[in-house]
Write a protein that binds this ligand. Sequence first.
Ligand SMILES: [Cu+2]
Length: 287
Amino acid sequence: MRVQMIAVAGVLLLGAGACTGKKPEASGAAATAAVPTPPVVHFTAKDFMFQGPDTIQSGMTTIVLHNDGPSLHHLMLVRLDSGKTVADLKTAFADLKPGLDMPPAWAVPSGGVNPPMPGSDTQATLMIKPGNYAVVCVVDVPDHVLHVDKGMIKSLTVVPSTTPSAPAPKSDMTLALVDFAFAPSTPFTAGHHVVKVVNNGKQPHEFELIKLGPGKTMDDLAKWGQTFQGPIPGTSLGGAAPMAPGDVEYVSLDLTPGSYAALCFVVDPASDMPHLAKGMVLPFTIS
Ligand SMILES: [Cu+2]
């Protein structure tokens, strides 16, 4: 993940060089107009705080999340409407009853990056509109206290970009999120994929990808999911943090043989049940 991140940053640096008037060396490749790459924004999650920029520009953006751990953390963007502030959101989260992880209607889940394992990175690319946002972590492992209530909330101002947005990344498969299931356009296969994640549901949904550890089963994962005690029986490979209906996000994955599960932990307000308990689990195997 680190290597990939550095490669992306390298492309960005090349782009920045072009903007300051430095010309790329003449070559066959230089004759073809380069497709602009979305800018990369880096955040670090720690127990229990975020480090990252206070202001970014709008447009297609790649968010890289580094987890300094030791806990699992994700990064969810929450757009604040109706003049509400990060302080209002803090209060709203503190007032939620245990088990509910979704903020009130004026706080719009706007995607982000699902958890990397401690010491690693995950990333996602999405169109970010101008506005006032909070960056939050609503993971509640291991004691059912939301990390946002332990300090993992930070304001992020998105100002209108002065340059045209980079185009969306090229995807090779689509993963539709519906109420309450995952609907991939093609089966997941080994290798590198850019997955276009689309929320076609009426509720917010997320895509969390876990690769089961050797000898571990879906039963082990379900048991862990009931109590969150002990280490996760696998590896969190990230994915797309909760997105509003209609939202689109692009997730890069490198898949190797093994057993996997796609999960959505968003809570259904009608039943107070996490979507995974309503069927939003997709186990799959790559041979
Ligand atoms: Cu869901």
